[in-house]
Design a binder for this molecule. Structure first.
Ligand code: ADP
Ligand code: ZN
Length: 289
């Protein structure tokens, strides 16, 4: 039996998993995100117990994905100050002595969904999380979307709604998509956490407006076959029909969209999309080693 390791590294917690050679998760382990060295000290023994063949990581970012860059695998200018410029992937490789493959958390989730979840059988999809932040990843023709860096599609600019005078909360851009529509932005604008605003239709109409503008842009630029939407805020299922309706409104029949009920969907793997994708990356890393 061969074992593989997976990490979904987030700002609040690290979800770790062991998988078998079929890409099935057989054990999981979660720790709060602390300082880098302390966090690694807690998770290394978990992977050593299983003598894993390789590790896959879906990480918060920004993280350097350029292979020929001296900072390859380092966290970059992240707002999590302790992790800024930390050689995250090189440290994991050094301490575990196995190949490590990595991408962003949302790219990993897109890969998980494409291989085993809601986009199974397709060759392209996007995964968007609307939670503490907004992030989006994509698989295009079965490849993770990386370029000069990795996409940061949560920070695109959207048009402010005529009824909205909110200044936004993104420290870099104010009213970018994340600044206007992530969970903490909803809470700040309306004065209560999103899940206490369920009955207020105006909250969800505005939220759907901003997200649909983003979906229009992603659709026009990438033309994915399916868009999967997860994260805490998307637990509000009333958003899905609103989003589909607003996307159709903004697109105004300009291009032919797939049937919207199967185009904008919830994750097939629930909250396991990211860790599943990370496990698939580990299996690939072993294959390439
Ligand atoms: P993270 O983005 O940190 O991984 P989540 O995806 O759970 O975590 O996102 C947390 C955000 O989602 C918070 O701003 C919270 O208010 C919001 N949220 C969590 N659960 C719900 C819910 N059931 N309905 C609406 N918003 C929610
Ligand atoms: Zn921003």
């Amino acid at each position: 039996m061969a074992y593989y390791g997976a990490i979904e590294a987030g700002g609040t917690k690290f979800c770790c998993a062991i998988g078998n050679e079929h890409g099935e998760i057989i054990e999981e382990f979660t720790i709060p995100t602390g300082k880098p060295d302390e966090t690694l000290q807690k998770l290394i023994p978990f992977f050593q117990t299983y003598q894993i063949e390789a590790l896959g990581v879906g990480s918060f970012g920004p993280i350097c994905v350029k292979r020929d860059d001296p900072s390859y695998g380092y966290l970059m200018n992240t707002p999590k100050v302790d992790w800024k410029h930390y050689p995250f992937i090189p440290e994991l490789e050094k301490q575990l002595g196995v190949p490590v493959s990595f991408t962003t958390d949302v790219n990993a989730a897109a890969l998980g969904e494409l291989t085993k979840g809601a986009a199974k059988g397709l060759t392209s999809c996007m995964y968007i999380t609307v939670g503490t932040g907004i992030g989006a990843g994509a698989v295009v023709k079965n490849e993770l979307l990386h370029g000069h860096s990795h996409p940061e599609m949560g920070h695109i600019l959207v048009r402010l709604h005529a009824s909205d005078s909110f200044a936004g909360i993104c420290p870099a851009h104010g009213t970018c998509l994340e600044g206007l529509a992530c969970g903490p932005a909803i809470e700040k604008r309306w004065g209560k956490p999103a899940k206490e605003l369920v009955e207020q239709e105006a909250v969800w109409a505005l939220e759907a407006d901003y997200l649909a503008q983003a979906l229009m842009q992603y659709t026009l630029i990438l033309s994915p076959e399916r868009i999967i939407m997860g994260g805490g805020v998307m637990k509000q299922k009333q958003l899905f029909p609103l989003l589909r309706e607003k996307l159709a409104f903004y697109m105004n029949d300009y291009i032919d969209l797939p049937p919207l009920d199967t185009y904008i969907v919830s994750p097939g793997l629930g909250d396991k999309a990211g860790i599943t994708g990370a496990l698939l990356l580990a299996m690939e890393a072993k294959g390439n080693a």
